[in-house]
Design a protein around this ligand. Structure first.
Ligand SMILES: Cc1cc2nc3c(=O)[nH]c(=O)nc-3n(C[C@H](O)[C@H](O)[C@H](O)COP(=O)(O)O)c2cc1C
Length: 158
């Protein structure tokens, strides 16, 4: 296989960018995710690729819920914060405020819209697991288009 072509073409997939909120009991955590898509309409389900061995995947396995926060095009810094490694004993959220609603997964105050999901299944996809979630709550907070990968110089995968 042509490795360069593989990387280029896989990066041409039009990805979004989201802050995925997770919890374990009352401990809240979040990470920037992009491997996300709707996968069923009835019932309304989505799928998310989550890196094997991460704290986030373990939290999804145990609490069986997650949130998907869509952010404004001006909030790139928030997405940046959630893909950086957290210092030992550091606060993942820093100055970023959030609340919890139906599932207890964190919902950022800055989100322009969000989904709350219950985990229905987790499949092994390779170096990422595929988490299938059922959408149990959705809210449009502000009527503006969310930031997507194409608005940034970033890539994930390929
Ligand atoms: C642009 C971008 C997109 C990302 N998309 C994903 C993704 O879809 N799934 C994933 O598991 N990690 C993704 N990551 C990596 C996570 O944001 C990062 O590994 C995070 O710190 C994992 O947190 P944890 O180890 O504390 O659970 C992405 C990183 C970047 C820079």
């Amino acid at each position: 296989m042509d490795e360069n072509a593989k990387r280029t073409v896989l990066r041409q997939i039009p990805y979004g960018l989201y802050v995925i909120g997770v919890r374990d009991g009352n401990t809240h955590h979040a990470f920037t995710g992009s491997l996300f898509s709707q996968c069923s309409m009835k019932p309304p389900r989505v799928m998310l690729g989550v890196k094997q061995g991460t704290h986030s995947l373990e939290m999804m396995r145990s609490a069986r819920v997650f949130s998907v926060n869509f952010l404004s095009k001006k909030d790139r810094k928030i997405l940046e914060q959630f893909f950086k490694a957290v210092p030992a004993h550091g606060n993942r959220f820093g100055e970023i405020t959030y609340s919890t609603q139906m599932t207890g997964a964190p919902i950022l105050d800055a989100a322009v819209s969000y989904l709350e999901c219950e985990v229905k299944d987790i499949f092994e996809g390779g170096d990422h697991s595929i988490v299938v979630g059922e959408v149990v709550s959705a809210k449009v907070v502000k009527d503006e288009p969310p930031l997507v990968m194409g608005d940034t110089p970033w890539h994930y995968g390929g």
